[in-house]
Design a protein around this ligand. Structure first.
Ligand SMILES: [Zn+2]
Ligand SMILES: [Zn+2]
Length: 412
């Protein structure tokens, strides 16, 4: 048998207990007034020991109570409400909270002050804890604040449980092999997603996106209601993303199923997207990964096809001059509608001529995060200074652009 915990309340606690006895409290609420005394005891056990000490009958376990109105007795009813609210969702971890009538909480606090206890625990935190224990016992899920799948809020005055379904996170890298795909869903500018004649009723400027093609098998497998996509930066719609791909986190909103084979779903993206998108290195993630992906600022490597007349020797000379040097880039005209207009200093880390024929040449570049590559080549009407066109003294046009590598693993 377990050792009986000792309980040796100070005289001031015994006096407070005496003052509390005629207040019509249930054993749970009575004992909770002394919740921080007597380690290892339940509140009804505390109530029993104090009543014994005073030589008085112990407070009833359930029944009418001037503080909780019998709420603690009804905790199993709330447990069933929680189980019903979670119906249809796969969940393994949860958090329990409750919404109280503020008057009731104030009444409890005033009572504690009146009888002179300094050891009281609030009804709310005690109820949340007891409810959590019951839900654990009933379902086998584990309670606590560590990455819950579901968050329950027992709305006590209303008599209803609200459930928040937390997203499922998947991280990985994507390759984009198509020059017509935006990274994320792009709502139609005219109708803002409602559907109009300009977008053919789709509500979208582009029929699909990396987010949608990559997310589709995951949405099907998890029964999620939608997605949010977080890329480590983004390439232009007409740029391919090659090499080892770009890191991303896919958030699946309100998923019904969580135990899915993330790697197999990732492998299916190449086929289901018709070869337009590939997903690599997929693993389960958490909300913290979103921040990591959004805050990273890795260098990037590009291959750029350039149209323009320039002798090879002059191009090599200009690239040598540019490599390792800072450039001033004013927000490009083409993104000025969505970014603040300012001048940023960026660096071309390395630049190399790959090949050249009459009227066109190919470059490999490595740049700092946030460099506008097209603008550096073309000059953007003088908004990038110096630009390659300026160094060569001839107009240039970017024919195509591919991202070859995101150098995020090198900075970790
Ligand atoms: Zn009570
Ligand atoms: Zn529209």
């Amino acid at each position: 048998m377990a050792e009986v915990p000792t309980f040796d309340p100070p005289p001031s606690a015994v006096a407070a207990a005496e003052a509390a006895l005629p207040r019509g409290l249930c054993a749970e609420c009575f004992g909770r007034l002394f919740g921080r005394l007597g380690h290892g005891l339940t509140n009804p056990e505390r109530a029993e020991r104090l009543a014994e000490r005073l030589g008085r009958p112990r407070p009833a376990l359930g029944g009418p109570c001037s503080v909780c109105g019998g709420l603690f007795e009804r905790a199993p009813v709330w447990t069933e409400r929680i189980v019903r609210a979670a119906d249809g969702f796969e969940w393994h971890r949860f958090t329990c909270g409750s919404r109280w009538d503020p008057e009731l909480l104030a009444r409890e606090e005033a009572l504690g002050i009146e009888i002179g206890t300094e050891w009281a625990e609030s009804a709310r935190s005690a109820f949340n804890r007891e409810l959590g224990k019951l839900v654990e016992a009933r379902t086998g899920a584990s309670g606590g604040t560590d990455r819950p799948d579901l968050v329950f809020l027992a709305d006590l005055p209303v008599g209803r449980v609200e459930v928040t379904v937390l997203p499922l996170y998947v991280r990985g890298r994507y390759r984009k092999l198509d020059r017509t795909l935006p990274q994320t869903r792009w709502p139609c500018r005219r109708c803002r997603g409602r559907g109009c004649t300009a977008c053919g009723g789709t509500g979208k400027t582009y029929p699909t996106s990396v987010e949608e093609l990559l997310g589709a098998p995951f949405v099907t497998a998890t029964g999620a209601e939608g997605t949010r996509f977080h890329g480590m930066g983004r390439e232009d719609i007409d740029a391919r993303m090659l090499g080892d791909g770009r890191p991303f986190v896919l958030e699946l909103l309100r998923p019904r199923r969580r135990s899915v084979d993330v790697a197999a779903l990732g492998a299916s993206v190449a086929g289901s997207s018709g070869g337009r998108v590939e997903a690599l290195a997929l693993v389960a993630a958490d909300a913290a990964e979103v921040v990591r992906v959004k805050e990273a600022a890795p260098e990037k490597s590009y291959r750029v096809g350039v149209l323009g007349e320039a002798p090879v020797a002059k191009v090599n000379e200009a690239l040598e001059l540019a490599a390792g040097r800072a450039i001033a880039q004013r927000t490009p005209a083409r993104v000025a509608h969505r970014r603040s207009d300012r001048v940023r200093t960026r660096r071309i880390v390395a630049a190399r001529l790959v090949d050249a024929t009459a009227g066109r040449f190919t470059l490999d570049l490595r740049t700092e995060a946030g460099t506008y590559v097209k603008e550096w080549v073309e000059g953007d009407g003088g908004r990038t200074d110096p630009s390659l066109a300026q160094l060569l003294g001839t107009p240039l046009k970017v024919e195509y652009l591919d991202v070859l590598e995101i150098h995020d693993t090198e900075v970790r």
